[in-house]
Design a binder for this molecule. Structure first.
Ligand SMILES: NC(=O)c1ccc[n+]([C@@H]2O[C@H](COP(=O)([O-])OP(=O)(O)OC[C@H]3O[C@@H](n4cnc5c(N)ncnc54)[C@H](O)[C@@H]3O)[C@@H](O)[C@H]2O)c1
Length: 296
């Protein structure tokens, strides 16, 4: 079990949407919460609302793409609350443009904020988690990382979110001996400010910030046409998974059938192709290309 009450949590992207829901729920369950966000005013508003409700919270401006900014954020939390036990690497941004039309800055930003941002955040807090011998890292990935066909025209975002899942699964194995666990939260549709906010939180070195709603292609908007949860409804479910050290949280029942279709098709197609290859070329031990099955 991962304890939440009495622990210190950091939530990146805590100023809005899913992160705001997590920050409020963490405080409601008795954690001290550091709300970190590139939009400092939003982080301050969330921390103030938590304090007004009787919880403990501080707000910090932080760009998760920037390691110096993350180190400063961590130092400020250490000064206010001491070491962190619960890390919610949630900050992210989206893009629904065809890859061929995206600029270098577009692609770099999406990969940096969604994948490197989680990596940077996890690495900053790892030494303290290990030293404390307890804790949890929960990264907000996406169903887009597991179901590439769910949202078309979403290539760098899907790649980054799939990367988060690999990162959390592998890191979970590395950290198990230290009593630390990891979770990939894979939202499948939560009503947040992402469409309106997205351009505003683009860092200057990737060509931001800007204004205006994120552009959604017709194919993507059809895929997105289902019921959305609210962040406050989903947060207790995510924290329950964290408490029970579950590796994944899937929040949307509509995606169950899609998931089953995708993965049974992948398994069948891949193994059928491999069986057919072995049948033509002999067993792997005997094949002329020297492939060997080695113990793993
Ligand atoms: N809403 C959904 O349906 C959905 C689905 C799948 C995944 N997600 C993921 O959930 C996470 C939260 O998104 P949301 O839907 O709540 O959107 P949101 O726009 O409401 O929140 C994103 C937050 O991240 C912050 N942020 C962005 N770039 C940052 C940076 N460089 N450094 C620090 N903070 C930064 C923003 O300021 C904002 O407060 C993201 O990782 C997103 O990819 C959301």
């Amino acid at each position: 079990m991962t304890e939440i009450t009495g622990r210190t949590a950091v939530v990146t992207g805590g100023g809005s949407g899913i992160g705001m829901g997590l920050a409020r729920e963490l405080a409601r369950q008795g954690a001290r919460v550091a709300v970190a966000d590139i939009m400092a005013d939003k982080a301050r508003a969330v921390a103030a609302a938590i304090r007004e409700a009787g919880g403990e919270a501080i707000a910090l401006e932080c760009d998760v793409c920037d390691r110096t900014s993350i180190r400063a954020m961590k130092a400020a939390i250490d000064g206010a609350f001491g070491p962190v036990q619960l890390v919610f690497a949630n900050a992210g941004a989206t893009s629904f443009d065809p890859l061929v039309e995206m600029s270098d800055d577009d692609v770099d930003w999406i990969l940096q904020v969604n994948l490197h941002g989680v990596m940077n955040t996890a690495r900053a807090f790892l030494p303290d988690l290990i030293a404390g011998g307890e804790g949890h890292i929960c990264a907000t990935a996406s169903m887009a990382g597991l179901l590439p066909g769910w949202i078309p025209v979403h290539a760098p975002y899907s790649a980054a979110k799939a990367g988060i899942i690999g990162l959390m699964m592998n890191l979970g194995l590395e950290l198990a001996e230290h009593g630390i666990h990891t979770t990939s939260y894979c939202p499948g549709g939560v009503a947040t400010g992402m469409k309106d906010n997205n351009a505003r939180y683009r860092p200057a070195r990737f060509g931001g910030p800007g204004e205006g709603e994120v552009h959604v292609t017709e194919a993507s908007s059809v895929a997105h046409n289902h019921d959305f949860y609210t962040p406050q409804a989903i947060a207790p479910m995510v924290l329950d998974a964290v408490r029970h050290n579950r590796s994944f949280v899937f929040d949307h029942p509509d995606q169950r059938a899609h998931f089953r279709r995708t993965y049974s098709a992948v398994v069948e197609a891949c193994y059928d192709a491999a069986d057919e290859w072995h049948a033509r070329h002999g067993t792997p031990e005997a094949n002329p290309h020297g492939a060997r099955l080695v113990g793993v």
